[in-house]
Design a protein around this ligand. Structure first.
Ligand code: RP5
Length: 166
């Protein structure tokens, strides 16, 4: 995509099965994004370069997913002035997912990472869209429509569920 506003990064290609949900919802909401692998532990220099250049390249939000000892979101947030959304991934080296959650969630004062639920890359994509939408009326409208569609779906399912009781 030509003018990405969201950067999706992950610690390993093994995170893609989770992180693709962020890409899918950004596509659905019409937000340009880029996606790549940046490992805090295996490619630390690449992580620093990515975080340093992100704002100058025009990105508005970074979504960072990682599993186990998940330092990527916090380390990227320590370098970039952009908002960082962290996705804890239940990976092969994760004990039960709590290791990833707490590594991403428990950031010290001054360096926030907006942490979504375990494996909730879809919510990260929605939150990134909402951040962009707060200063972009067109994107905000798409978020409003998205919520309306969600509401209609629930109301349809409600009718189906209630139908069983009559
Ligand atoms: C983390 O280690 C990655 O984000 C991934 O979730 C986990 C396992 O990586 P692989 O061993 O599958 O490459 O850094």
């Amino acid at each position: 995509m030509s003018n990405p506003q969201v950067g999706i990064i992950m610690g390993s290609s093994s995170d893609l099965k989770v992180m693709k949900d962020a890409a899918d919802v950004l596509k659905e909401l019409g937000i340009d994004f880029e996606m790549t692998v940046v490992s805090a532990h295996r490619t630390p220099e690449r992580m620093i370069d990515y975080a340093k250049d992100a704002a100058d390249r025009g990105l508005k939000v970074i979504i960072a997913g990682a599993g186990g000892a998940a330092h990527l979101p916090g380390m990227v947030a320590s370098i970039t002035p952009l908002p960082v959304i962290g996705v804890p991934v239940k990976s092969s080296n994760s004990i039960d997912g709590w290791d990833s959650i707490l590594s991403i969630l428990q950031m010290p004062n001054g360096v926030p990472v907006a942490t979504v639920a375990l494996n909730a890359a879809k919510n990260a994509g929605i939150l990134a869209t909402q951040i962009i939408g707060s200063s972009n009326p067109g994107v905000l409208k798409r978020m409003t429509d998205y919520k309306e569609a969600m509401k209609s779906k629930v109301m349809d399912s409600k009718d189906e569920v209630e139908g069983y009781s009559s």
